[in-house]
Write a new protein. Structure first.
Length: 696
């Protein structure tokens, strides 16, 4: 039993020792580097930490051969590096007008390290107007990508000797800001630069350059945007390449999305900019490249008018616009406009989105940040219309959260609307989602025709004929939804129809048969030409014959003439003189014109009300628990020690129980215990013994 107890105790001691050794965390733990700012010199290894100018190192570190840190040049002709064998960090020789030579041949290793120097380079040489020579050692360990040599006016490539890498001294057009102020041929700037905006004295320099090597700080400028920098490429040499701070008038940062910024991340740094507008595409792109907290201003955002998407329309779109008031229309596009990216800033459409008869629009991804569409047409409640696009799929609106209205989709193939898209549209739509591959056929309007006509018939293929109607047939209101007639509109010999207001949504009539007019109105009683409030285009001829000349108001004559690209003929019954033929009309009617809108749907889905989910930033909470490595190990160790202690207690109790059981079973133990108790009593009765026991 004793041996078992000793073995258990030994095992416990070993476990506790291992845990203590593993979990010991103290300031004296092994260091990452042999020297640092608080321990700058190791005399035994001749290693030292240094940050400062070269001359101070030469004066105070004569016994240091292995340097960790950052060394900058002083304005002498010849700096001293002769004693340095290895350098970890960076050497920076910049803007020294007296410097003529940089002797680095004694250095055997030069390695960049961002723990000691903020630059991604180990050697930075620029802006030295009189520099004529740099010496390396062929056996030097140095990486070519860690060497930066540019904008030294007198230095040529053949003046860099024994370099163990391919030498690049830059272009003759690389300049510091000081050089660029004296010259007008600089195309790139080098250095840690300050941009002062359009009112700054150096504004002409920024307008002529295309690239920056270094960093840019934009501090308290008077501009409201950064458009001067819109095409700039920045090759950064340290984190926070573009620093935007203390700007109270700066509102629009869209230009930085078109800047090409490379180098150590984060690319951008923002601080104390109180007026920057929360343009959605700018915010998403910027916040993904910054480590600082951003504050955004939403009061500066504006609404803009809807229209037909074209390069001109997009060029006029306000850069602070995030809501379209009106219908956004894409029609007859053989390719997306080059500035289609302007629509990435749109979050909401108050009207409807119409995409129809396009040949170069593959999907709806041109609205990547659109979150809501709210139909404003109370009568028909249409939010999205997709009609007859070639090589088109209904996908891409991945940010869309709410559709307040009906969705009407007509495609050439069923596969043009993926199952996932149908499912998602039904989930987010507060209205009906109607998808169809069929068309409404034309015909002669009567009760039988109207009974077969879909409740959501927007496109009629074939002639729509209203002839000899003495009373309004049942279902006549279905015609009010027609937007496109791919055929002719014929209205003749009617007594029940008084005008064309039953087609007030009609926008487009297209008849390909030359022998028949696209619009023919004749022999109607008490009839006036009016009511086509939405008509935009009539492809073909217009023929109108009325009882009286006043049945065709002059304003409607002008509307029909401007809409048609064929002849317009107006006759008063009993007369034979026709209006002269009108010339071809301008193909571009206006931003609000459109060729087509929507299609038929044979099956309707039940109305679904989807409860809105609030995604406002005021309701977002982030709870991040970040623990350092030491804290994590400490927690693990604490838990492990508690487990060991519980194990020790358990083992002790177990051994105690076993010992008691053994003593009860062995009579010899009882006699031994009695003898021990007698001996103990004897010792206690003696005063000297008692005192000694107490003392011990």
């Amino acid at each position: 039993m004793k041996r078992r107890s000793d073995a258990s105790t030994l095992l416990i001691v070993i476990i506790v020792s291992i845990l203590s050794a593993t979990c010991q965390i103290s300031p004296e733990a092994p260091k990452k580097y042999p020297v640092n700012e608080s321990y700058p010199l190791n005399e035994q290894t001749r290693e030292c930490f240094f940050k400062g100018e070269n001359r101070y190192f030469s004066a105070s570190k004569d016994d240091c051969f292995y340097v960790y840190g950052k060394m900058t040049g002083d304005n002498y002709e010849l700096p001293m590096f002769y004693q340095i064998l290895n350098f970890t960090g960076c050497i920076v020789m910049a803007n020294l007008d007296k410097l003529k030579k940089i002797p680095l041949s004694s250095i055997m290793s030069l390695k960049g390290n961002t723990d000691f120097c903020e630059y991604k380079y180990s050697l930075v040489v620029y802006g030295n107007s009189n520099l004529e020579r740099i010496d390396f050692s062929k056996s030097m360990v140095i990486k070519q990508e860690e060497v930066f040599i540019r904008a030294n006016e007198k230095l040529r490539r053949d003046q860099v000797f024994n370099a163990p890498f391919a030498v690049d001294v830059g272009s003759p057009y690389d300049c510091t800001m000081e050089m660029a102020m004296k010259r007008n041929d600089c195309t790139a700037l080098v250095g840690d630069l300050a941009y002062k905006g359009e009112e700054g004295e150096k504004k002409h320099v920024w307008k002529q350059i295309g690239k920056v090597y270094g960093t840019i700080t934009i501090d308290d400028i008077s501009d409201s945007d950064l458009d001067t920098l819109i095409k700039l490429t920045v090759d950064g040499w340290q984190p926070r390449i573009v620093r935007i701070v203390n700007n109270y008038r700066l509102r629009n940062m869209a230009a930085i999305l078109k800047m090409i910024v490379t180098g150590p991340k984060p690319h951008f740094w923002f601080h104390n900019n109180t007026s920057i507008c929360r343009i959605v595409d700018v915010r998403k792109n910027v916040e993904g490249n910054v480590e600082s907290q951003m504050s955004w201003n939403e009061s500066c955002l504006v609404r803009c008018r809807g229209g037909t998407v074209s390069e001109i329309y997009l060029s006029r779109l306000d850069s602070l616009c995030n809501t379209i008031d009106g219908n956004l229309i894409l029609r007859n596009l053989h390719a997306l406009p080059p500035n289609i990216g302007m629509l990435a800033q749109i979050v909401k459409i108050r009207g409807h989105l119409y995409v129809g008869t396009n040949y170069g629009v593959p999907d709806l991804s041109f609205l990547p940040n659109l979150e809501e569409i709210e139909a404003t047409d109370i009568e028909y409640n249409v939010a999205i219309v997709v009609d007859k696009n070639v090589n088109f799929k209904v996908e891409g609106l991945y940010a869309l959260k709410r559709i307040r209205g009906n969705v009407l989709i007509y495609t050439t193939k069923e596969s043009d609307v993926p199952h996932e898209t149908r499912k998602r549209l039904k989930e987010i739509t507060q209205g009906q989602v109607l998808v169809s591959n069929d068309e409404c056929k034309g015909g002669e309007v009567n009760e039988q025709y109207l009974a077969k006509l879909s409740d959501f018939c927007y496109v009629v293929v074939g002639d729509l004929i209203l002839r000899g109607l003495e009373e309004i047939p049942k279902g006549f209101e279905k015609l009010k939804k027609i937007v496109i007639i791919r055929g002719s509109l014929i209205v003749e010999r009617n007594t029940a129809i008084k005008d064309l207001s039953f087609l007030k949504r009609l926008e487009y009539i297209s008849n390909s048969r030359a022998e028949q007019p696209s619009v023919k109105v004749a022999a109607n009683e008490n009839f006036k030409i009016k009511g086509l409030k939405s008509i935009q285009r009539i492809h073909g001829d217009v023929y109108v014959s009325t009882r009286k000349e006043t049945d065709v108001p002059s304003i409607w004559k002008e509307i029909l003439k401007s809409a048609t690209d064929g002849k317009t003929t107006f006759l008063v019954e009993g007369e034979t003189t026709a209006q002269p033929e009108e010339g071809k009309q301008d193909e571009t009617i206006g931003e609000l014109s459109r060729d087509s809108t929507t299609s038929v749907a044979h099956e309707t889905e039940p109305h679904r009300n989807i409860e809105e989910s609030k995604h406002s930033s005021n309701f977002r909470q982030q709870h991040n628990s970040v623990y350092s490595r030491k804290q994590f190990i400490s927690w693990i160790c604490t838990i492990a020690l508690v487990i060991v202690l519980l194990f020790v207690i358990g083992v002790g109790i177990f051994i105690g129980i076993k010992v008691l059981d053994a003593e009860k079973k062995n009579p010899k133990n009882k006699s031994i215990k009695k003898k021990k108790r007698k001996a103990r009593k004897t010792r206690i009765t003696s005063p000297i013994q008692s005192k000694s026991v107490v003392t011990v």
